[in-house]
Ligand binder design. Structure first.
Ligand SMILES: *Cc1c(COP(=O)(O)O)cnc(C)c1O
Length: 422
């Protein structure tokens, strides 16, 4: 079972709840998450890797809703954070500091200090200046801080260029020579323990090959380091596992583990995994209502009340989200549509050239696999309040983030006295 969304007598259900009932209660648009799917995906990875007992840190930039985080943390997950804001959320969700790892190329002094004070497990360091900075702040706070060095293995992850991070041209990570140099000069950093290596080559990677290529390179490098007397404790293999959006056939957790685990069998590293999309992607849908049908001479547009500000992936990456009508029509008559939002941008589409059942104004649609990089990338563009988030567990549902209201849009804004009306 890939997820817990299914049809019963032509009606879309999330677990045991009819999605149209939620839409009636909550209004549209909204994100809908299945507790079961979220936790099941985590469990699949835990099971596949049980021999190694890795620390699985959910990459919370994929979905940082507190209820989602709590569900995963409750099942033993740690969290992979990329900002001070995510650290704040991670703590609010009740994640133990000893299960938090922190990546990202632009950590500020304030963010680093907050993470040191919190006592997170590891910083994943992406540059020499950052390493210096963490060392200096650790000294100032009189702490010994554990860091991993993020290595850029220079492999092609064979994915969309905006989500590839493991090539030499990317801003992420350090090349092998630099990493080695840092190990040789570690006495420069009395307040740091250089404890691990981190590698994350990109996202939505559907085959094992790029991972294996990258991990082999890292292993060879680690062997050389060990020969020179440098040892590490943690090996963070990053995230990036691809999921099914349309016709992809991604490796399963079991297949991934079978390819990866043998590489590290004889090593004693504590493995860390950072899946985001694999856990969250198929655990959520985005639900929206058709406002108008607009036929033109060349196309049929279905104009809906959700837009690129709510779900930007199609506009940003040209990505595919399957369209599931909440009620299937009996006739089965089909038509081809561009499903577009109300935003004043031509890039504002959620599905293009899609043959789906004949739609009418008022129909409800779910956009599949929107649980990762959905709400977490939403904005207020066009002064649109961000949508509600709802979670289902079994036969229950709850609003886990209320829909924004207009006053949320102007919160924090003020008009200075020297800006006057004539
Ligand atoms: C985004 C990110 C991840 C998660 O990527 P997914 O493709 O969602 O699994 C993991 N690690 C780091 C460092 C990231 O930036």
């Amino acid at each position: 079972m890939m997820h817990d969304f299914h049809y019963e007598e032509g009606e879309l259900y999330c677990e045991q709840v009819r999605v149209s009932d939620i839409a009636e209660r909550v209004g549209t648009p909204f994100y809908l998450y299945s507790y079961q799917t979220f936790t099941e995906h985590l469990l699949k990875l835990q099971k596949a890797f049980r021999a190694a007992k890795p620390l699985i840190c959910f990459s919370m930039k994929a979905n940082s809703n507190l209820a989602v985080l709590r569900a995963l943390v409750g099942k033993g997950a740690g969290l992979d954070i990329v900002s001070g804001g995510e650290l704040f959320r991670a703590r609010k969700a009740g994640c133990a500091p000893s299960k938090i790892v922190y990546a990202g190329v632009g950590k500020t002094d304030a963010e680093i200090e907050a993470a040191i004070r919190t006592g997170i497990l590891l910083f994943n360091v992406e540059s020499i200046q950052e390493l210096d900075r963490i060392g200096r702040l650790a000294r100032k706070l009189n702490r010994k801080v554990k860091v991993s060095l993020r290595v850029n293995p220079n492999v092609d992850p064979d994915t969309h260029e905006h989500i590839a991070t493991g090539g030499a041209e990317s801003k992420f990570g350090l090349d092998f020579d630099t990493v080695r140099l840092i190990f040789m000069r570690q006495e420069k950093y009395p307040n740091l323990a250089i404890s691990g290596i981190h590698v994350h080559i990109g996202s939505q990677i559907v085959k094992g090959t790029p991972f294996v290529k990258a991990f082999r390179k890292v292993l060879i490098f680690l062997t050389h380091l060990e020969q020179e007397g440098y040892r590490i404790q943690y090996l963070n293999l990053g995230g990036g596992l691809g999921i099914i959006y349309s016709d992809e056939r991604p490796q399963t957790a079991e297949q991934f583990a079978k390819q990866v685990l043998p590489l590290f069998q004889k090593k004693k590293y504590k493995l860390i995994l950072e899946p985001g999309r694999f856990i969250a992607g198929n655990s959520g849908v985005f639900v929206s209502r058709v406002i108008y049908i607009k036929p033109t001479k060349v196309k049929n547009f279905a104009i809906i009340d959700g837009g690129m500000n709510d779900l930007i992936r199609p506009a940003l990456y040209d990505s595919f989200h399957d369209v599931w009508p909440l009620r299937q029509t009996r006739s089965g008559e089909k038509q081809t549509y561009d499903v577009v939002g109300p935003i004043c941008e031509s890039g504002d589409f959620l599905a293009k050239n899609r043959k789906i059942q004949k739609l009418q104004s008022g129909d409800l649609l779910a956009f599949a696999s929107a649980g990762a990089y959905g709400f977490s990338m939403a904005s207020n563009y066009n002064a649109r309040p961000r949508p509600a988030e709802v979670m289902v567990r079994g036969g229950r549902f709850a609003i886990v983030r209320r829909r924004e209201i207009y006053s949320d849009l102007v919160r924090g804004e003020r008009i200075p006295s020297w800006v006057r009306y004539k």
